[in-house]
Design a protein around this ligand. Structure first.
Ligand SMILES: [Fe+2]
Length: 282
């Protein structure tokens, strides 16, 4: 893999951002999107525990994508305060996502604002992601094809990004947005094409915002327990493409997984191997 450092910028105008990054689908870390947000100072572990510790939240471990009847279902539920305690204490693979905390705590939305660098924001669906040290998000791109601003809080999170043209090198599973490779333990014998993939290696620090264009592959690893806010934007094209992906995922992939289980997983893996072999021998 050839991973390069990402550009870090501040003081961008709207024109700069749209011309240099948005239209070129080029990722960048912006260091001053969140400097004026109340959330940047206010959202500490303790403050969240004191105010929202009573909420019952669903948690996932690193196996939530394994085939079978528990595919994509949460492992456990517990009070948010207990979970925040766990992720401050040390390693755990438990992550919290797909839970709309703003539905239960809408006042949190007053602590940040939509970036003025562009528009098209889906104001009603900001999302938060929490993870403990060692928790990871396997390599994938986002089903809905939104472009995303990810702001990290409290600690540092590692993010590895690959462009949309890298799918074959990454052993993309057909009918899904998932890659077969494990970037925490890459196996170059099983996945030789991965050596030819090119991307970015980013340590996203407290208060920094990553602009991740639509369809970019991403792997995330929590170096220490922390959390991120993601703000999503769409254009008419990405909205249509995302709607297709969502339908395909829920109809084809989830349906075939229920019917065929491991056989379906093996079929997807074989297809990924074939495409990767083709791209390195061509
Ligand atoms: Fe994602």
């Amino acid at each position: 893999m050839k991973l390069q450092a990402i550009e870090r910028v501040s003081g961008l105008t709207r024109k700069d951002f749209e011309e240099e990054y948005l239209r070129k689908n080029k990722p960048v870390v912006i260091t001053d999107v969140a400097t004026q947000w109340e959330a940047t100072e206010k959202w500490t572990f303790k403050w969240l525990q004191d105010n929202y510790g009573h909420l019952e939240v669903p948690l996932y471990d690193n196996k939530f994508r394994e085939p079978g009847e528990n595919y994509l279902t949460p492992k456990i539920k517990m009070p948010f305060g207990d979970y925040l305690e766990i992720i401050q204490e040390g390693p755990t693979e438990l992550r919290m996502f797909l839970y709309n905390i703003f539905k239960y705590a809408p006042e949190l939305m007053d602590d940040f604002s939509m970036p003025t660098l562009t528009d098209g924001w889906l104001n009603k669906v900001p999302m938060m992601f929490f993870g403990g040290q060692g928790a990871k998000v396997d390599l994938h791109y986002d089903l809905d094809c939104a472009s995303i601003f990810i702001t990290h809080f409290q600690t540092t999170k590692k993010v590895i990004l690959f462009g949309p043209d890298q799918g074959d090198y990454l052993y993309q599973h057909p009918f899904t947005v998932q890659s077969e490779v494990k970037l925490d333990a890459p196996d170059f014998e099983k996945h030789p094409a991965l050596q030819h993939a090119t991307g970015y290696d980013i340590d996203l620090a407290h208060g920094e915002t990553l602009f991740m264009p639509h369809l970019w592959w991403h792997y995330m690893y929590y170096t220490k327990g922390g959390f991120s806010l993601s703000l999503r934007r769409h254009s008419p094209y990405t909205f249509a493409r995302g709607s297709f992906n969502v339908a395909r995922h829920f109809v084809v992939d989830k349906g075939m997984n229920m019917v065929l289980g491991e056989k379906w997983t093996n079929f997807k893996a074989n297809q990924a191997q074939k495409r990767a072999s083709a791209v390195i021998t061509s």
